[in-house]
Design a binder for this molecule. Structure first.
Ligand code: ADP
Length: 610
């Protein structure tokens, strides 16, 4: 064996053992839960197998006793036993199918829950790296595969394998020599199966991935439909997606052509076996003068064995497909959240909720430093505004505070406690976030406010809505607080959505408020309502706001000016505007429509200033 072929053989053996391990794991994790139900299902399958074998076995008596010996008194018994066997078989099939379906549905539900909980436990960077549409598509395709793995194996083992054993036993009883001859088709069949399984493994994986891309792209296009329309992207998108759709089709075609290769092979081998038996059996009866009953029974057994044998042969190929899907689910289930609470993490406790950044440096996965040596304090119960050109690192400051990421260097302290040493749950409970694009979830308006704090009473929710200037418009909706919100809250205006998300933050009643102020986009009246609501929620809370509006910035107790990941100025509005050549003074001079400009870099401000 050459080195290359040895490697290849080793990797194939490895893949096989991985497939086996996966199968064992799926059984280990699920079989015990369904033990008793599986026992009933398997009993039904055994009955099915037994009745199948019985119908072949009885053929000898049908031929020999009824047709050859013409014993009319046996007709009733034989016909009756056939009816009985088929009736029992029918009941067993029903029982087996219903039980297996129930187990399957329960499995799918449990895995969906498992995967959802796992996804929720992963850190934000996972979702930055994976497209949500594709993730959802993969989940829907893959979860049912685990059900298929289990039901395919169990049905195959209990029904097809047992039927086959029963039928082979009948064949042996009727004519053992002939049985051995039919076994000759085995080896070529095994070789064909091994070849097809190997070929299909890669194609299945590709096909699943491409299909996920198709569904994912559809979902993304639907989600972003307003952008699609606004930029008349329909044709472009359609062309793009048609490429992916065609690719998916091609893969599916390829998969079909590979897996279906089994059909001609197994049909031909089946034909040989049956023809051989008929020829040899016929010759023996005609030349040897044997009664035809046993030969008939044998042929019936072979014919009946053909289907389960074919299904068993296909099982390996079908399982392969299910296993590839199942392994993708386990890839998610086995994922370790990158950023865990440290061992012995305490709950965050503080008397004064001041926030301190000490020498904080941070870079995202790509390695470029986004924050370098950031030092500042946000005094307790006061408003600290962060301003600066876009890309300066303002949002990153909020992400680090929420511990979506951990800093590479330095420390962040709340009330003197390093946030890296406390549980993330307690850290996040101390904070409420109002983001630029308020995200609303499936459910009623009430549910959406209650996401701020699960145990908030209806009165508290209403109170929060009033403080957030949202009560009035909520009361005007058809079912008030029980009105259902469409996907992304399409029935609400931007300002209304923002006020709902402010109500959510008020209900949370957390000592710290993180605010990412939206740039313009609101009409004046809406803007005023949102602004008032924000002022209410800021009162008495330590607030860090990524600010664009001059009114917010002017009223802030402290302004931090950032540029390229560094704090370049610090002070209040008065002090900063007086600073000649200061970045804030420049930005302020350029401000219009009540907002600071969102230039890319400090130099842009310079250029525009001359
Ligand atoms: P700002 O909020 O001031 O506009 P950000 O904090 O969003 O700035 O971004 C600072 C820098 O970090 C930018 O150069 C941006 O491209 C980069 N950045 C932001 N988020 C990520 C991310 N998830 N992965 C890699 N780089 C990022």
């Amino acid at each position: 064996m050459t080195e290359k072929s040895a490697d290849k053989a080793a990797s194939e053996a490895n893949e096989r053992s991985q497939a086996f391990e996966l199968l064992a794991r799926i059984f280990r994790e699920n079989a015990s839960r369904y033990k008793s139900r599986y026992a009933v299902a398997i009993a039904c399958l055994v009955v099915i197998a037994a009745t199948t074998a019985f119908s072949a076995w009885i053929m000898r008596d049908v031929i020999d006793e009824i047709f050859v010996r013409q014993r009319s008194e046996l007709i009733g018994i034989i016909a009756g036993s056939i009816v009985l066997a088929f009736a029992i078989r029918g009941v067993a099939m029903y029982g087996q199918a219903v039980i297996m379906a129930q187990i399957g549905n329960d499995l799918v539900a449990r895995y969906q829950q498992r995967v959802f909980d796992k996804l929720m436990s992963l850190s934000v960077d996972y979702f930055v790296e994976h497209r949500s549409g594709q993730l959802a598509a993969r989940l829907s395709q893959n979860v049912s595969a685990i059900r298929d793995v289990l039901s395919l194996t169990i049905t195959a083992m209990a029904r097809d394998l047992l039927s086959l054993i029963g039928l082979v036993a009948v064949m042996f009883i009727q004519d053992w020599r002939l049985t051995l001859i039919t076994f000759l088709v085995g080896p070529p069949l095994f070789i064909a199966i091994a070849y097809i399984t190997k070929r299909s493994r890669t194609i299945v994986r590709q096909s699943v991935t491409v299909n996920a891309r198709v569904i994912g792209s559809l979902q993304e296009a639907v989600q972003g439909i307003s952008v699609v329309k606004a930029f008349t992207m329909e044709d472009q998108l359609s062309k793009r997606i048609s490429k992916i759709i065609r690719e998916a089709q091609m893969r599916s075609d390829k998969l079909a052509s590979v897996t279906q290769r089994l059909s001609p092979i197994s049909e031909m081998l089946g034909g040989f076996a049956i023809a051989g038996v008929v020829a040899y059996g016929g010759w023996r009866t005609i030349e040897g003068g044997q009664p035809p009953g046993s030969m008939f029974s044998f042929i019936t057994a072979v014919l009946l064995a053909y289907e389960p044998a074919k299904r068993l042969a296909r099982l390996r190929v079908k399982l392969e497909k299910a296993m590839v899907n199942a392994s993708m689910i386990y890839e998610i289930i086995d994922m370790e959240p990158r950023q865990r609470d440290i061992e012995g993490a305490t709950t965050l406790q503080f008397e004064t909720p001041d926030i301190e950044f000490v020498n904080v440096s941070f870079s995202y996965a790509d390695g470029t430093e986004v924050l370098s040596g950031v030092n500042f304090t946000a005094p307790a119960k006061q408003v600290t505004a962060i301003v600066g050109p876009s890309g300066a690192g303002k949002t990153t400051i909020i992400s680090l505070l929420e511990r979506y990421y951990d800093p590479d260097e330095g420390q962040i302290l709340i009330g003197g406690q390093p946030i890296g040493e406390v549980t993330k749950a307690s850290l996040r409970e101390a904070m409420a976030l109002v983001s630029q694009s308020p995200y609303l979830f499936e459910g009623s308006i009430r549910d959406n406010i209650r996401y701020g704090r699960a145990d908030a009473t209806d009165d508290e929710i209403e109170e929060a809505a009033k403080l957030a200037n949202a009560h009035e418009f909520i009361a005007a909706t058809p079912s008030g607080y029980d009105t259902l919100i469409g996907e992304n809250g399409v029935t609400l205006s931007g300002g209304q959505r923002q006020r709902l998300s402010i109500a959510r933050a008020i209900v949370r009643n957390a000592p710290i408020l993180l605010l990412d102020e939206a740039t313009s986009a609101l009409d004046n009246e809406s803007e005023k309502l949102v602004q008032d609501a924000l002022e209410t929620v800021m009162r008495g809370r330590t607030t860090i706001v990524i600010a664009h509006r001059l009114s917010t910035i002017r009223n802030a107790n402290k302004i931090i000016v950032m540029d390229r990941g560094e704090i370049v100025e610090e002070g209040d509005h008065q002090a900063l505007t007086k600073k000649k050549n200061g970045l804030y003074a420049k930005l302020h001079a350029l401000s219009s429509a009540g907002e600071l400009p969102t230039v890319e870099h400090a130099e842009d401000a310079d250029r525009n200033n001359v």
